[in-house]
Design a protein around this ligand. Sequence first.
Ligand code: FAD
Length: 404
Amino acid sequence: MEKLIVIGAGQAAIQCITSLRKEGYSGSITLVGEENHLPYQRPPLSKGFLSGSTIQDRLYLKKIEFFQENSIQLNLGVKATRIDRNKCIVHLSDKKSIGYDKLVIATGSKVRKLKFPGSELEGIHYLRGIDDAELLKESLVASKSLVIVGAGYIGLEVAAVATEFDTKITVIEMAERVMNRTVDPIISDYYQKLHAKNGVEFILNESIEKVEGKKIVERVLCSSNSSIHADTLVIGAGVTPNVELAEESGLNCENGIWVDEFGQTEDKKIFACGDCTNHPNEKLNRRLRLESVHNAMEQSKTVAYSIMNNRVAYNQVPWFWSDQYDHKLQIVGLSGDYDEVLIRGQQEEQKFMLFYLKEEKLIAVDAINNPKEFLICRKLVENKVKISSDDILNQSKNLNDLII
Ligand SMILES: Cc1cc2nc3c(=O)[nH]c(=O)nc-3n(C[C@H](O)[C@H](O)[C@H](O)COP(=O)(O)OP(=O)(O)OC[C@H]3O[C@@H](n4cnc5c(N)ncnc54)[C@H](O)[C@@H]3O)c2cc1C
């Protein structure tokens, strides 16, 4: 019987083994995950789970019975420490080692930690796992003054949730606007105002220099020497892919584990999927490293098919969402180098969309509170449709008619 090991028990790993069993994979499957929790989804950690509206049970991707019923050998609380590619063995932190015929690396990513004087003080939070979210929730209950470093998705989602607690919120961002890496200034401006309306204050164009306090955080000092009182500090400074294991085994890693369109590394027995990979995308004509549920799920399906010798290239246009207050932001495509942006709908109605065009073709859409039309836009961006400004601006135009 073929022996498969999957390292990392997150979104990508679970999708991969689910697809394998669904497709009739008859080999043995061993799942190795360093966290002590059943595999879970992360998006609610900065949304409903943090606010308390989503209970922990709802986070789990599968119940324990799934692993029993599908003959998955589950090794939780165990870290894969080394891959011996010559002997096809994975060494584990519990001193055991297991052999494989095929191996999937789905190790995800880790938060980027900032170093500054005072970074060892209590009251400083990063958010990646359930345990982080639990600790942050406890701090928010007691907090009177919260500082968030980084106005990306995680920072802003935490800010939105924190407004439900009795704490003063300040967001420090080194760029000139919020979510600057991913959206047009129109969306940044809209979201900054939305947060401001909810009492969140922003300090832009500044970075954190230093934190002061005896044992616990008391003050945050910024690059301009301004000082903010704080009892809780949350840092959302992005993530880096977990590539060390792959790298030490000699696999090519450059901003992620280097895989082809089938999720295969240069070692024919080893595949990788999810946040930890750097993969080609023919539709976008470039290589990508993505941090999203959509990527984790779809690339893992591709890997499952490849393991079953059914090679289907992973070539999807990326999409992502973020929930802040009662606003759902959905983004499809990469808007990076657009040459025109048009608005459909009215900002005052809290329901509008941005269409990003390059050489008159649609390359990306940001939708605010419009999931229905967003679904259609996913197809339009996928097909890179040529779209006229009249069609975008005319809200009575049915976007479905533009699908080719
Ligand atoms: C707070 C938060 C909110 C998010 N919100 C959204 C959102 O709204 N929309 C969206 O699309 N995406 C969101 N994301 C991103 C999304 O959750 C990730 O892209 C997705 O989880 C990636 O799945 P993955 O399986 O590749 O990695 P992960 O989910 O990170 O899973 C990897 C697992 O591998 C384990 N691991 C690593 N190394 C080893 C080892 N050596 N041995 C054993 N185990 C190991 C890790 O501990 C981890 O459990 C959010 C992420 C966070 C943290």
